[in-house]
Write a protein that binds this ligand. Structure first.
Ligand code: PEP
Ligand code: MN
Length: 352
């Protein structure tokens, strides 16, 4: 490990640093005359995932410059294979891409079933839909809650797609996990560490969305909370960050997608809907996400966007989703990868 100390580190500050180094199993030596650059070498065994943070928390440490001998759990490292998260017919990571689609919010049962059938027939392998909605205004529709969960349960049984749905409150994790195959933690919850620990403990895969203004490091450390609590099945989701321009709802950070694919073994998907905020931009952003290396997409689909109770302005129609799915299948092939398909014969295959 390589660290830079603050220039004035002497006396008790230096002793505290050296004590921690010894406790963690490192020998230290200064590399420069100013005694600010320190190399830490293992006296025995391997470094621990928490070593970097322990040194960063010391007031005498200005920066940890290299901690590759004590990798955090999310890090790809030299040899580590990509983690593949599998749910039903869907797989995210390695050679596999998958599509998640559905309405922003669960609104009524018939409509949910119709959307579920349409997106399955188009190639989605997971159905999304919020029963608990994190709305900016307390006066906006907050979701159907228990009733929404019940509709999702029925959609799963009737249509056969596993469910991705958001949980907002650690106290709700257990009952949401009874219905959800994947627990979504939304952008507004990314730094809610109590929620992250609770979803981790559920044992269900976690779809972790990047915070509205979170750095990539903060995003990865949110994933680290889930991994450190013993749940390896984390799917990262880039959904755009706050930009200065309102031409799109958020600024889709494709550089972060390309970076994450190198920095972590976890799968990374893109949400073009919340990034674009406009239906006509969903397809181009979806294509760009896949080209940047994403392992899948989560897309908001609604047959009557003008009637949607949340995010209707960015929903695409089932027909447009089918077109998107065809593109993604082709792009995946071009990259030597495979878009996972729902179980059973699809209408197009039956006809041909
Ligand atoms: C959603 O998926 O509907 C949602 C609220 O997303 P985000 O947390 O990314 O805003
Ligand atoms: Mn939404």
């Amino acid at each position: 490990m390589l660290l830079r100390l603050r220039p004035s580190t002497r006396g008790p500050d230096l002793e505290a640093f050296q004590r921690l180094a010894r406790e963690k199993g490192y020998e230290s030596r200064f590399l420069d005359r100013e005694r600010t650059l320190v190399e830490l070498m293992r006296t025995s065994g391997h470094g621990q995932p928490g070593d970097r943070a322990a040194f960063e928390d010391l007031s005498s440490v200005a920066a940890v410059l290299d901690s590759s001998d004590a990798p955090e759990l999310h890090e790809r490292g030299g040899q580590r294979q990509a983690t593949i998260v599998r749910v039903g017919e869907a797989s995210f990571g390695g050679p596999f891409l998958s599509l998640i689609a559905g309405p922003c919010a669960v609104e009524d049962e018939e409509r949910l079933l119709a959307i579920a059938r349409a997106v399955r027939d188009a190639g989605a392998t997971l159905l999304r839909g919020g029963a608990f909605k994190p709305r900016t205004s307390p006066y906006s529709f907050q979701g159907l809650r228990e009733r929404g969960l019940e509709f999702l349960r029925r959609a799963r049984a009737e249509v056969g797609l596993p469910i991705v749905t958001e949980v907002l409150d650690p106290r709700d994790v257990e009952r949401v996990a009874e219905v959800a195959d994947v627990l979504q933690t939304g952008s507004r919850s990314m730094s809610n560490t109590a929620l992250l620990s609770e979803v981790a403990r559920s044992g269900k895969p976690v779809l972790l969305k990047r915070g509205l203004a979170a750095t990539v490091r903060e995003f990865l450390l949110a994933a680290e909370h889930v991994l450190a609590a013993g749940n390896e099945r984390v799917i990262l989701c880039e959904r755009g960050v706050r930009g200065f321009d309102h031409v799109t709802r958020n600024l889709l950070d494709l550089g972060a997608v390309a970076h994450l694919k190198r920095a972590t073994h976890l799968p990374v998907i893109v949400d073009p809907s919340h990034a674009a905020g406009r239906p006509e931009l969903v397809l181009p952003l979806a294509k760009a996400g896949i080209a940047a290396g994403a392992d899948g997409l989560i897309v908001e689909v609604h047959p009557m966007p003008c009637e949607a109770r949340s995010d209707g302005a960015q929903a695409i129609s089932p027909a447009d989703f089918a077109e998107l799915a065809r593109y993604v299948a082709q792009l995946a092939r071009l990259e030597g990868r495979r878009l996972c398909q729902p179980a059973g014969p699809r209408p197009a295959e039956v006809r041909s």
